[in-house]
Design a protein around this ligand. Structure first.
Ligand code: FES
Length: 144
């Protein structure tokens, strides 16, 4: 049911923890399963210098957040903005359809942290305004 990569990132998650002087912190949750993900970003000169996460949730959410941090570490804000939940799931060699919403949390947590950063530092990040955390329909993602 789960790929080796999912199992690897679940049992040995990368970048777990907090960043004390984070540039931006994002926390998102899924009301249906109750899982919560918190993402910490350290941004310098438009680059994600460091990223850490804490996920109180299922194995797929832990694997998704671990993979997502790997995918944006060292990248630009624009590249982090472009990371989709599908790209996270693909990098994990797939997630079961009922677990796709776990990868949505990872995408949302990054965008929530970028939003926090943009507000705290008065930086405009194109595309963030259109992103609506409330209205994201997790289930439409699983039906693709
Ligand atoms: Fe909800 Fe995984 S079951 S995040």
């Amino acid at each position: 049911m789960y790929s080796e990569k999912v199992m690897d990132h679940f049992t040995n998650p990368r970048n777990v923890g907090e960043i004390e002087d984070a540039s931006g912190i994002g926390e998102v949750g899924n009301a249906k399963c109750g899982d919560i993900m918190r993402m910490y970003l350290k941004i310098e000169d438009g680059k994600i210098e460091d990223v850490k996460f804490k996920t109180f949730g299922c194995g797929s959410a832990i694997a998704s957040s671990s993979m997502a941090t790997e995918l944006i570490k060292g990248k630009t804000i624009e590249e982090a903005m472009a990371l989709t939940n599908k790209a996270v799931a693909e990098a994990l060699d797939g997630l079961p359809p009922v677990k796709m919403h776990c990868s949505v949390l990872a995408e949302q947590a990054i965008k929530a942290a970028l939003l926090d950063y943009s507000k705290k530092h008065n930086v405009v990040i194109p595309g963030l305004d259109e992103f609506n955390f409330e209205e994201e329909d997790h289930h439409s993602v699983t039906e693709d």
